[in-house]
Write a new protein. Structure first.
Length: 363
C-alpha cells in the first residue's frame, strides 16, 4: 500500500462531498425522522454542527501537521494512554467500514440481487475495495476526481427531471408540524453521519498546502449540504413527508419516479451504479485509515501485508455484527449517534484542549 502520495485540499473537499452525499440513496429517512416537511431545515442545522466538528479537527491537526490522529494521541496523552486511544480509533474505522459494507450488501440484495447470498456480495465488494486501498490514498483521491463529476451530474439530472413531479403543497407550512426543538434534535442526530472528519485526522499529514485545508473542507461541507437539502426537498415534494418515515431506500424510490418524454424511465439501475461508485470511495477511505492506523499503533514498517487480512476482518465483523437488515437499521437510528459523537467531536476536542493547556505543538 502506497502511503507516500499527497492529495490536495480540493481533493479532500471532493471526498467530503462524495462520501457524504452517498447516503442520500439509502439514508434520507434517518435525516427526516420526526421532522416531516421540515427535514431540510434539520440538515442545515447538521451542516453547522459538522462545520464545528471539522474546525476542531483541523485546528488539532494544524498543531501537529506531520502526525495522524493516532500519533497525535500518543504525543498528547503519552505512550500507554495514546496506544489505548489508538486502538479505540482503529475500532471506529473497523466498525464503520463493516457497517457501511453490510449496508451496501443489504441494499443490493434487497433491491437488485435478491437471489445472491449476502456474503458473496460483501466479499466481492471488499475485494474490489481492497485493490483500491492497495493502490494508496493518492489513487483513491484521483479515482474520486472522476466519480465526483459523474455523481454531481447525477444529482443535477435527478433534480431537473423530478422538478415537474414536485407537489409544492407538501413543503408547507414550515415549522408547524415540528418545532425548533425537534429540528435541533434532528440536526444533532444527523451530524454524526459526517464520519469523514475522523478520516481527515488520519490523512492530514498527506495533504499538501495544509494552510488551505480549513477553507476547502468548509466549502466541501457547504456544497454537500446544498446537495442533500435539495434531495430532501425533492423527496418531500415528490413522495410526501409522511412516506419518508417508512421508506428504507428513499433515494431509490426517487430515481424510480423519473419519467420524461416516454423514453427516459426505469433508470434506477444507473443511479444505483453511481451510488456504488460513491460508496466504494467512502469505504475505501475508512479501510485505508484502518490499515494506516494499524501500522502506526503497532509500529509496523510495512503495511502492505495488512490489506488482505484487515479486509477479511472487516467482512467478518460486517456479517457478525447484525442479524438482519432491520437490526442494522435500528442501530443506525439509535446507537450510531452516541457511538459517532464520541469519535467525531469529544475525542478531537479533548485532545485539542489538552494540547493547548499543556502547550504541546509540533515545531
Amino acid at each position: 500500500m502506497s502511503i507516500d502520495g499527497k492529495i490536495t485540499p480540493r481533493q479532500v473537499a471532493w471526498l467530503i462531498i462524495t462520501t457524504r452525499t452517498a447516503v442520500v440513496m439509502v439514508s434520507i429517512t434517518p435525516i427526516a425522522l420526526g421532522m416531516g416537511r421540515n427535514a431540510w431545515i434539520g440538515e442545515l442545522v447538521a451542516v453547522g454542527i459538522m462545520m464545528m466538528m471539522a474546525w476542531v479537527m483541523v485546528k488539532l491537526c494544524l498543531r501537529f501537521p506531520k502526525k495522524s490522529l493516532v500519533e497525535i494521541g500518543e504525543v498528547v496523552l503519552g505512550k500507554y494512554l495514546g496506544k489505548l486511544l489508538g486502538l479505540a480509533i482503529l475500532w471506529f474505522f473497523l466498525f464503520v467500514s463493516a457497517t457501511l459494507l453490510r449496508e451496501t450488501g443489504e441494499f443490493l440484495k434487497a433491491n437488485f440481487l435478491e437471489e445472491t447470498p449476502l456474503i458473496v456480495l460483501i466479499v466481492l465488494f471488499t475485494l474490489v475495495i481492497a485493490y483500491g486501498v492497495g493502490m494508496g490514498l493518492e489513487t483513491i483521491a484521483r479515482v474520486n476526481d472522476v466519480f465526483f463529476i459523474v455523481i454531481i451530474a447525477m444529482y443535477g439530472a435527478m433534480g431537473v427531471l423530478l422538478f415537474r413531479e414536485i407537489d409544492f403543497s407538501n413543503l408547507f407550512p414550515i415549522l408547524v408540524e415540528s418545532g425548533f426543538t425537534t429540528i435541533m434534535k434532528g440536526g444533532i442526530m444527523t451530524a454524526p453521519g459526517f464520519m469523514m472528519v475522523v478520516a481527515i485526522g488520519m490523512i492530514f499529514p498527506y495533504i499538501n498546502q495544509q494552510g488551505r485545508a480549513m477553507k476547502m473542507i468548509m466549502l466541501g461541507l457547504i456544497v454537500k449540504g446544498f446537495i442533500i437539502v435539495n434531495m430532501i426537498i425533492l423527496a418531500i415534494g415528490v413522495l410526501g413527508p409522511s412516506l419518508l418515515d417508512f421508506m428504507n431506500f428513499p433515494g431509490l424510490f426517487l430515481s424510480k419516479s423519473i419519467r420524461f418524454a416516454k423514453f427516459i424511465e426505469s433508470i434506477d439501475a444507473l443511479f444505483m451504479l453511481i451510488w456504488i461508485l460513491a460508496t466504494f470511495v467512502k469505504i475505501a477511505i475508512f479501510y485505508f485509515c484502518l490499515v494506516l492506523g494499524t501500522g502506526q499503533v503497532f509500529n509496523l514498517t510495512g503495511v502492505n501485508l495488512l490489506v488482505v487480512p484487515i479486509g477479511a476482518l472487516i467482512v467478518a465483523v460486517a456479517m457478525a455484527s447484525y442479524q438482519s437488515f432491520f437490526e442494522l437499521l435500528f442501530f443506525l437510528l439509535e446507537g450510531w449517534v452516541v457511538h459517532n459523537w464520541l469519535f467525531l467531536f469529544f475525542i478531537p476536542a479533548g485532545l485539542l484542549t489538552l494540547a493547548v493547556i499543556f502547550k504541546k505543538k509540533e515545531h
